[in-house]
Design a protein around this ligand. Sequence first.
Ligand SMILES: [Zn+2]
Length: 315
Amino acid sequence: MFKNNFAVRRRRARLFADCVGIGYAEALRRLDDARTGAVGHQHGSPDLTFLTREPYSGGRIVNTDFAARLVAAAQSRCRHCLIMLSVDALDDRPTVAAFSGRALGILPKAGRVRESTARWAALARRVYGDREDSAAASAVWEAVEAMDVPQLYGLLDDALTLWAIAGSPPVVIHHGEFGDGWDGGPLYQVTVASREDGGHRVPVLALGHEAGRAGLAHLREVGLPDWDWEGPPVMDPKWELRVSRGSRALEAIVRVDDEGLDDIVLWKAAKLVRLSAGWWDLLDRAQHVEVGGPWAPGAPEAPEKVAVVARVTFR
Ligand SMILES: [Zn+2]
C-alpha cells in the first residue's frame, strides 16, 4: 500500500516538475505542501453539467463534478487546490478539452496565452462557430490527444485563468431571427464580457455580426467613435444601456437625443437572458458599461473597432 502510494506521488511529482519547469525534489515538496494546505477545502460547486454537450471532447465522457471543483478553486484563487486538481486533470483529457473549449472557443482572440494554447484555441473557435463541422470537431479533440503533458497543463492553466476572470462562461445573446430587422435596422448579437483596465475590471458588451448590415460601417453610422481597444473608450451620456433589476437582464442599448427621447435603438433584447451574479455586481458597481464592436465569438478579428462608455439605467 505504502509502496503504491509512493509510486503515485513520484509519478505526480515528475509530471508536475515537467509542467512547471522545476526540479523533481521541488515538485515533490510543492505537492506535499499543496496536499496539506488543501485538506478539508470546499470551494463550492458551480453547475457545469452543460459541459457534457460541448463539442471539444470527441464524444468522450466529461467529468463535470471535477470540472466544477476546478472552476471553484480557480475562482477562489486557492493555489493549494489548484495545484492538486490540475495535476489530477492531466489524466482526464476529455474534461480538460471540454472545460478549455468552453472558455477559449467563444473568444474571438485567445489573448495572453501560451503559444500551444493559442493554436488550439483557433481550432476550438472553428468548432464553436459551426457545431455541425465534424472535421473541425475531430481536429480539436485530436489536438488535445496529441499534446504533450506540459502543453496540456498549459492549456488547462490558461483556461483556468479565463474561468477565474469571467466568473462564469461568457454569455452570448442572439436574436431569434437573422439578417436585418423588420424596420431595416441590422440585428446584433451581444456578448457579455469584461476587461481589465488599469487594475480594475470593467463590464463590456460586445456587439457582433448577426447578418445583414450589422458591422463596422453601421456602428460608425450610428455614431460610435473609433477605438483602439487599449485605454478606456470615450464616455458619451447619450448612450444608455437599459437593464431590468427584477429579471437581472439586458433590455436595450439606445442613444437618446437632447430631450432624452430615444433617437436610435441599436439593440433590443429579443428574449430575457438572466445575467450572472458576478457580471451584475460588476455593472452595479461601475454604473457604466463599455459598448463596442464588431466583436463576435467565432468571427475573424476585425482590424478596426468602435466603442463608447455608456451609462446604465436600472429599471
Ligand atoms: Zn482550496
